[in-house]
Ligand binder design. Sequence first.
Ligand code: FAQ
Length: 332
Amino acid sequence: MYAQQIKTDARRLKTLEEMDDQERAFQERVDADIKIEAKDWMPDGYRKTLIRQISQHAHSEIVGQLPEANWISRAPTLERKAILLAKVQDEAGHGLYLYCAAETLGISRDQMLAQLHSGKAKYSSIFNYPTLTWADVGMIGWLVDGAAIMNQVPLQRCSYGPYSRAMIRVCKEESFHQRQGYDALITLCHKGTAAQKAMAQDALDRWWWPSLMMFGPPDGESIHSAQSMAWKIKQNSNDELRQKFVDQTVPQADYLGLTIPDPDLKWNDAKGGYDFGEIDWDEFHRVLRGDGPCNKQRLDDRVTAWEDGAWYREGLMAHAEKKAARRAAAAA
Ligand code: FAQ
């Protein structure tokens, strides 16, 4: 039982004996895999952690539309364009389910968006990289959606009911996204010209390491993991999921005939998985601080979209007020 783990550092978790009655009852419910619902009592830290994670997840889905949207008007065929449009619309839907799930915890959508627009709230580091060629769209589907699925399948079992239910639907759609990306890459690598295959390799060279960073800092530096795992918000550590992703993805790269840009990548019989090279954590932290290749552009685009939509939000409010006034007058 995680709650009984004792760590000696600042992230030490309380034991069941150290908890007050309410907190102990809550933890026992979590340990028994009973879902926590919006109106149930929950520790402040549980509520805060969920708001942080779910809102950052929602922001990632919304900001995540931008790199691919760049290619909607330049997709190589009508079919690829229709598929990409559907995928980018799905990401908007994921953002909306997730904002709704976070709202059940007592934060408003306006508050969450204000946090995104001011730069206070994070979104996934991966969306601060540019999409330079059509092969990048394939890479986002194969690697970024592939990593997202690896991380989100266990979130379907998250202890918080509204988040776990949102994840069930999101995961079904992410599977289609991953598949469409891989399919686009099969076309480039198996049916394309040498130049198209080289374009796919160049995209893999640029997206591989940022995809591994999606899983978050190494376990030893993950400030939230121990508590989030005790609360069954997270089921696996960052490094566990990263390892599973590498093990799943290497054979898929082999099938495409592409080379993963890691000279240290090697099968390790003893652990039954791949060893891989050191991730550039300086780059990860630089991107998180706002210094990635596209951070400024992504945030500017979101703020502009919000400001451009002001007239529509004001129109909706004016309409709602008019309707309410008419209803009040009829009732008087
Ligand atoms: N980027 O202590 P930990 C998608 C932050 S959705 C930015 O390990 P935790 C769909 C972390 O927030 C992709 N920040 O944190 C799609 C924390 O900062 P804070 C998004 C990161 O929460 C596909 C600090 O570092 N998925 O791709 C990142 O236990 C294609 C310390 O980290 C989710 O959000 C990062 N990569 O574990 C859309 C899934 N990693 O908040 C369009 C839900 C860490 O204290 C196209 N989230 N940080 O200021 C999670 O599972 C977790 O939040 C983790 C991080 C695993 C991301």
